[in-house]
Design a protein around this ligand. Structure first.
Ligand code: IDP
Ligand code: MG
Length: 151
């Protein structure tokens, strides 16, 4: 079972798309593990996006993610990383597949609505960065066996 960090970024929150994102992940069959609505600190933003430090869009990215509250969530499921990246769509909305969130709701890479971890390893690292162990809920759904082939 993989875990991944999902953020509805400030533009998604401001545009009233929290429910749309959650609904799509629920419909897909993924299981919610943790959620919190927070104003991102400069420190958390810089740690989360450390890999992009030095890139031309870095300062704008930090400004963007700290500009208003975000909805932070951890989701799990088999192949959760690939499934959620697919549901979000490619980083650049004009390259995102039709039916993906970034295709259906966004135009610009700097306002692309969501974040999702890009590897299993980063899923673990990012979930641990954004949530304490006590915030992660270990639970089973009655529907799990109809969605997950192996419990
Ligand atoms: P990802 O969010 O699809 O994983 P990354 O390449 O990790 O994409 O970039 C992180 C975020 O930085 C993107 O989601 C986007 O908001 C922003 N970003 C990436 N490239 C650009 C750019 O060329 N201009 C402006 N913002 C960018
Ligand atoms: Mg990324």
């Amino acid at each position: 079972m993989e875990r991944t960090l999902v953020l509805v970024k400030p533009d998604g929150v401001q545009r009233g798309l929290i429910g749309e994102v959650i609904g799509r992940l629920e419909n897909r069959g993924l299981r919610l593990v943790a959620a919190k609505f927070i104003q991102v600190s400069q420190e958390l933003a810089e740690t989360h996006y450390a890999i992009h430090k030095g890139k031309p869009f870095y300062n704008g990215l930090i400004e963007y993610i700290t500009s208003a509250p975000v909805m932070a969530m951890a989701w799990e499921g088999p192949n959760a990383v690939a499934a959620i990246r697919q549901t979000m769509g490619a980083t650049r909305p004009t390259e995102a597949a039709p039916g993906s969130i970034r295709h259906d709701f966004a135009l610009e890479v700097g306002r692309n609505l969501t974040h999702a971890s890009d590897s299993v390893e980063n899923g673990e690292i990012e979930v641990a960065l954004w949530f304490s162990p006590a915030e992660l809920v270990d639970w089973k759904r009655d529907s799990d066996r109809w969605i997950f082939e192996k419990g």
